[in-house]
Design a protein around this ligand. Sequence first.
Ligand code: PEP
Ligand code: MN
Length: 373
Amino acid sequence: MIVILHPNIDENSASFKKTWNYLNNLKNIRTQKHIVEGQFQKLTEIYLFGDTAALNKEEIEALPSVERVVRVSQEYRILGRHKDSKRLTGFEYNGVRFDQDNLHVFAGLCAVDTKEHVEQMMKALKENDQVCTRMGAYKPRTNPYSFQGHGKDCLPYVFELAGKYGIKIIAMEILHENHIQEIIDALEETGNPTGVMFQVGTRNTQNFELLKAIGRQSQFPVLLKRGFGITLNESLNAAEYLASEGNAKVIFCLRGMKTSFSEPHRNMVDFSLVPAIKRLTRMPVCIDPSHSVGSREASPDGILDIFHATAQGIIVGANMVLVDFHPDPIKALVDGPQALQLKELSRFLEDVKITREAYEKRRNLAKESKPIK
Ligand code: PEP
Ligand code: MN
């Protein structure tokens, strides 16, 4: 059960204290408080766990400072919508807002290889008014002899260059809970010039101890990738692990499913699920066209498959695009064949803009028209 308090409630007020004490004295019930930062207001939600079936909803709704009470189904207790479309979505991090209504592009290196490539990438982003990027320092590789990423050694120059080029957020995969502290240390050492979004890769979607460790901190938001060979429900439950430990700043990322039926694409593009995830949960939804398509093949219309897949996600309302670029793909140490070139960045962003406008027109049309039942 979720008890939603009036917006911007003062936790020192008598009415808040009365409600809080009442809820904490309920028998066989455990409480957990979450603050949801919306664009215009702050909401305090109190989650009740335990024997909630025995509770009287109306009685709790009558408490001072309570706006409404939502009974939740078992699934995705914190991140789910629970048939309540009024619940706020999203969060703000380092001056950038993420929710189910907007869109951000994170173009960048799959893996950091040289300082020069990082600088060329970030310079191109700045020239295109971009403030977010992706930079892999810790790489999960199929082959133990493949390049494993520069790890913490590259963090100082990556963060300093981000500061130099006005990058506010870097999406960076972490593979072990020790990497959290390594990133915190490097940010401090360089004077916090940028922010980091922790990425949980598809190979770690169900690494529950890693999820719990990341969930115990809420300084950094998390980009959780769908597991490549598990159901959507299983991946959404993995996201809930982060929230259940206290970090609900989670973005869910589709990156395609592993099956040989997807050929010639690397993975089966699953972006038609974007609206379903927005209906089931309050998470903003990201798409990763690079790891889904896996190549620079183009169709006879002259448009790359990666561009087409991106459009497929955006036209149905994706909120974030994670996409591989490289200044010199031949020299890339990881995933060169799927990297877009810097000279393609402005065209990519233009293509994204056209498709986003089409989505917004579709959304407005639906709002203006009577719902189709
Ligand atoms: C990545 O984004 O660099 C990556 C390894 O992706 P995935 O976990 O989807 O394979
Ligand atoms: Mn990759």
